[in-house]
Each structure stands twice: as C-alpha cells, then as structure tokens.
Design a protein around this ligand. Structure first.
Ligand code: CA
Length: 200
C-alpha cells in the first residue's frame, strides 16, 4: 500500500503537469505553434523550414548583393544571378585549378554546432561542371567548415543539401566553388535558401 500511495499521486501529478508544460513551452518561444500548425501545406513533417538566412534569395530586385564573386564577375539578368566562369587559375599561373579559385558566395553567416540546415538553390551551367558547395572562410587560404560535391548541368536542377557543422562559427561564407581547368562556362543561379531545420 505504501508503494501505491506514493505512485498514484506521482502519476496524477505527471498527468496534470504534461499538458501544462507543453502549453507553457509553446507560448514561451512560439516554436511549437510555428512548427506544428503553420505549415502552408498542412503536413506535420519531422522537420520544418525555419528563418531564411540569406539576404537575397530570388534576385527579383535586380541586384546581386549581398552575393559576390571571388575572381568571378557576378551580375543579375532576368531575375537570376549569373556569371561567366573563366578557365584556369585566378593567378594566371599554369597547373591545377583549385575549385575555390573561382567562387560565388554569400558572406556574414553564422552556424550553430549540431544544428541541421537546409541549403537549396536552382542552378544550370552551359556544360556539365563538377563543383563544390561549402561553408568556409577565406583569409589567405580556403578553409572549409563543411563541403559537398555537386554536379551542375545545362538542364536546371534544384540542389538541396543538408549542412551540419561540428562547431559553432560566425562570419563565415556559403558558396559554390567553381574553378575549372576545362573550358570556361556560364552559370545561372536562383531561388537560394538557407534555413535551420526545426523539429516539428
Ligand atoms: Ca529569380
């Protein structure tokens, strides 16, 4: 009986506390409401897109910034971020071309260790291109925090990648490393998105 007496109040307290705690959490940070009920398609997926981290996603204002190029001249045409990627090394020397010699990037981003992020964009190139998407810094040398090989083609493709870093970083860049020793090519990018994945 002693066990029963202590167990019953404990269960009753837990039953009462659970909805109160859940309700309190939902109101405290708002995340329960946004991730649980606000999805436009009405689904209740495990992951829900969070706040957009890129400052310019569609280029519909006709401007490339805050996107920029590293030894590539970027511009906006017809609502897309476009560039001509030259062949060869940026320093004009012969030899192998590191992919990070030519980049299109967005600076000034911060990532939290262990947090998943979804990076996505539409891309096409005037020929098949092996490139690298990465989170990185460039201060005299290229230092990737995360990278992923991608293949770009003349047919527009939606690229979607999941980023998870092992350490928190701030003031880093997200970019496409596009250097080539093959023929020069054109690239067109649109509908960039970088969002933290929140648990639904
Ligand atoms: Ca656009």
């Amino acid at each position: 009986m002693r066990v029963l007496r202590t167990l019953v109040p404990a269960l009753a307290a837990a039953a009462l506390a659970l909805p109160l705690a859940a309700s309190g959490a939902a109101h405290a940070d708002g995340s329960f409401v946004t991730s649980g009920t606000a999805r436009a398609d009405g689904s209740a997926g495990a992951g829900t897109a969070g706040t957009e981290m890129f400052g310019n996603t569609t280029f519909d204002n006709g401007r490339p910034d805050p996107w920029g190029g590293n030894d590539i001249d970027v511009r906006v045409e017809n609502g897309e971020l476009v560039a001509r990627v030259p062949t060869g090394r940026a320093d004009g020397e012969p030899g192998g071309v590191p992919s990070w010699d030519r980049s299109i990037r967005h600076d000034g981003l911060a990532f939290t260790a262990g947090q998943q992020y979804t990076l996505s964009f539409d891309a096409r190139t005037s020929r098949d291109v092996a490139a690298i998407a990465s989170v990185y810094t460039f201060q005299g040398q290229y230092i990737p925090e995360w990278d992923n090989a991608i293949v770009l083609t003349p047919e527009t493709r939606r690229v979607e990648l999941t980023i998870t870093l092992h350490r928190s970083v701030s003031d880093v860049s997200v970019g496409l490393q596009l250097g080539t020793s093959g023929p020069a090519y054109d690239i067109a990018l649109d509908n960039f998105s970088l969002t933290p994945v929140t648990e639904g």
